[in-house]
Design a protein around this ligand. Structure first.
Ligand code: PLP
Length: 282
């Protein structure tokens, strides 16, 4: 596999980053994951915009322009012959002697790599996910997409240990989001509900696209917090994320959601999302 590190396209074995990089020592780095369908990028503009916001919130300099980023993504797709899968991008503040305080004007580290994977044909989407609820013990700036992902990893491992697929995180009695996706329910009245944007959740690019498509299809939508009890009592539940699109949730804390099978609204939104993303991919 060919990867990108600070201006160079290299075989992955030759890629090097300093052990003094602040992402390694302090998780002082941000990332994006963009999906690739038919060899093209899905919603690159959305991911570039969120990356710029994450960098600005952390006072981190941008490693290059958005046009240059797009060119790097495309070159990496080309060099790896990627038709379906994802591109991971990470920007870190760079390397310096270990010190909690950082200095201005550091040189950012930019790393990208590809992972080939079937996204459209998904056994998980056919089956639906089983989730458990767990207390959300992450930090308070989940709107910044940092590489500080230890708690979500622990939550995912707890779900696996219980024979489930994922965890929905709960804070002050309300669902924030999944370990690596935004959480949605469809009420028995057919209203789509997903949590409103704040520093408590990541502002999902897929979430924004699905909200747009749902409104265009005249579906009723509410952006507000919901509880695990409301989700268990809902007609349907699902999650959204760049590489999983719309994926149904069929069980929460051992209780079936609806009839315990992927529901029509989630299926329809998945189909719309894939069709529209395919058309708009660049
Ligand atoms: N929430 C969290 C915590 C995530 O890690 C992700 C990323 O996959 C999402 C939501 C979904 O965001 P996006 O749709 O931009 O992939």
């Amino acid at each position: 596999r060919t990867v990108y590190v600070n201006g160079a396209y290299l075989p992955e074995e030759e890629a090097r980053v300093s052990i003094f990089d602040r992402a390694f020592l302090f998780a002082d780095g941000v990332y994006e994951v963009t999906s690739v369908i038919d060899g093209k990028l899905v919603d690159f503009a959305g991911h570039a915009r969120r990356l710029a916001r994450s960098l600005a919130e952390l006072d981190m300099p941008a490693p290059c322009s958005e046009d240059e980023l797009l060119a790097i993504h495309r070159e990496l797709i080309r060099r790896n012959g990627l038709t379906e899968g994802m591109i991971y991008l990470q920007v870190t503040r760079g390397a310096a002697d270990r010190d909690f305080a950082w200095s201005e004007g550091m040189t950012p580290t930019l790393v990208l790599f590809t992972q080939a994977r079937a996204l459209i044909d998904s056994p998980a989407a056919e089956r639906g996910l089983k989730v458990i609820s767990l207390e959300d013990l992450r930090w308070g700036r989940r709107d910044i997409k940092t590489v500080q992902l230890l708690y979500p990893s622990m939550a995912k491992m707890q779900a696996k240990a219980r024979g489930k697929d994922d965890a929905w995180l709960v804070e002050d009695g309300f669902v924030t989001e999944g370990t690596s996706n935004n959480a949605w329910i469809v009420t028995r009245d057919g209203v789509l509900v997903t949590r409103d944007l704040s520093n408590r959740i990541l502002h999902g690019i897929t979430r924004a696209a699905v909200l747009r498509f749902a409104r265009e299809a005249q579906m009723r939508v509410e952006e507000r917090p919901f509880t695990i009890d409301e989700a268990k009592d809902a007609a349907e539940a699902f999650v959204t994320a760049a590489t999983t699109f719309v994926t149904p949730v069929v069980e929460i804390d051992d209780a079936p959601v609806g009839d315990g099978a992927p529901g029509p609204v989630a299926r329809r939104l998945r189909a719309i999302y894939i069709e529209e993303s395919r058309k708009a991919a660049i």
